[in-house]
Design a protein around this ligand. Structure first.
Ligand code: PMP
Length: 401
């Protein structure tokens, strides 16, 4: 039985890619965009772009209104208590850097930051660099045999010196939900701050930041079917005052003279300079679109497609799947074949997948691999995309035999 995505037609690029002979299976890197987003961008740019929060003219008022309406939509999407807890940045990477600089004052030499062995470089390097700047200890929580952060090890390693825990919600390589509630509870019990990298998790289902109980939750708009150049930080009320201003310039300032300045509170105090206005407005439209979908139908479709992807890969003799992927993405290697060679042959056959270390070099090293192929799904993919992948994979493996 074919699995058809009822939302495929809402994403014009999928059709366009197919006409170019491309099967797009790289949504964990970035997603295609819904028509609703394209319409919102057209509307904004065709009706008058203007800067936000500063102009008293009408276009400025319209832009500011649409911009702040998007902040409320993001807040609603995450079930934050207040839209003032939503800070816009230029991506998940800049969000995590903002946190690693803005929280620097919380640490003294010898304090510990705990991250996990599977973090994306974006949630490793800002903390590693902070640890070097402040003489802190970076503690790496190991993984269990299924590729999940090991809770026994975590409960031994998260202790009174832990000032901050920063972990992924969903691994961009292993495709597994991490045991966040238990990890966050361990950190909270030690009075440590908690940062959740939701870059991959935010795309699947709805997440309630209040129920999750983290201090900070971070994601990128472009992985959630939204525009590029935009990231989001949710900051809980208790943690927010601990965040010092980081980037300085227009918009974030309250008063300034040559020797002294005072800065705005969150969120504007953390949004220095002109923000990505169109992208913020576009994300709002994307969330309206996603909100209009039958969430259960989306979850069912994603689950069934994932099952077929995983089974199809596991059926092939030489294919070895990494970890125990639960949803939306599967990374694999083929015995005796270099991932770059396989990626090359797949690319030649119009299969758009990702190969390499997936911005998680330490994890791939830990797995003893130079790289892996990752197939990742969006809500627009259907079973025909998988059939094209499997047929291209079989052809490639025959050639590489
Ligand atoms: N964390 C994870 C888990 C990711 O997958 C990514 C993107 N690949 C990032 C952080 C960084 O996101 P961005 O490149 O959009 O800043």
């Amino acid at each position: 039985m074919p699995l058809i995505s009822p939302w495929r037609a809402d994403f014009p690029a999928i059709d366009a890619l197919q006409r170019q002979g491309q099967t797009y299976l790289d949504s964990a890197a970035t997603t295609q965009k819904p028509q609703a987003l394209l319409d919102a961008l057209m509307h904004y740019y065709c009706n008058g772009a203007a800067n936000v929060h500063r102009a008293q003219h009408l276009p400025g008022a319209h832009a500011t209104q649409a911009f702040e309406a998007s902040r409320s939509k993001v807040s609603h999407w995450l079930n934050a208590a207040d839209s003032g807890q939503i800070i816009f940045t230029h991506g998940a990477t800049s969000a995590l850097n903002l946190l690693a600089y803005g929280l620097e004052g919380v640490f003294s030499a010898g304090d510990e930051i705990a991250i996990s062995a599977l973090e994306h470089h974006a949630n490793l390097l800002p903390w590693q660099q902070l640890a070097q700047r402040r003489n802190l200890k970076l503690v790496i929580l190991p993984l269990d045999a299924h590729g999940l952060i090991d809770l026994d090890a975590a409960s031994a390693l998260i202790g009174p010196n832990t000032r901050l825990l920063a972990v992924s919600q969903f691994s961009n390589v292993l495709g597994a939900w991490q045991p966040l509630p238990r990890l966050l509870a361990l950190a909270r019990a030690q009075g440590a701050l908690t940062v959740v990298d939701g870059a991959q998790g935010v795309v699947h289902g709805r997440h309630d930041v209040q129920a999750l109980g983290c201090d900070f939750y971070v994601f990128s708009s472009h992985k959630l079917y939204g525009p590029e150049g935009l990231g989001v930080i949710y900051a809980g009320n208790e943690a927010l005052p601990k965040l010092a201003h980081w980037q300085f310039g227009g918009e974030m300032v309250l008063t300034a003279d040559y020797r002294h300045a005072e800065f705005r509170a969150a969120p504007l105090g953390f949004e220095a300079g002109t923000p990505p206005i169109a992208s913020v407005i576009g994300l709002g439209a994307t969330l309206d679109y996603l909100d209009s979908l039958d969430q259960r139908a989306v979850a069912d479709h994603e689950a069934q497609l994932h099952k077929r992807l995983l089974e199809g890969l596991q059926q092939r003799d030489r294919v070895r799947v990494l970890g125990a992927p639960e949803l939306a993405l599967v990374s694999f290697v083929v015995e005796g074949v270099h991932n770059a060679d396989l990626a090359h042959l797949l690319t030649e056959q119009g299969i758009a997948v990702r190969a390499g270390h997936h911005c998680a070099m330490p994890l791939l090293k830990h797995l003893g691999l130079p790289g892996a192929i990752r197939v990742s799904l969006g809500l627009y993919n259907d079973s025909d995309d998988l059939l094209r992948l499997f047929s291209a994979l079989d052809q490639s493996l025959e050639l590489l035999a």
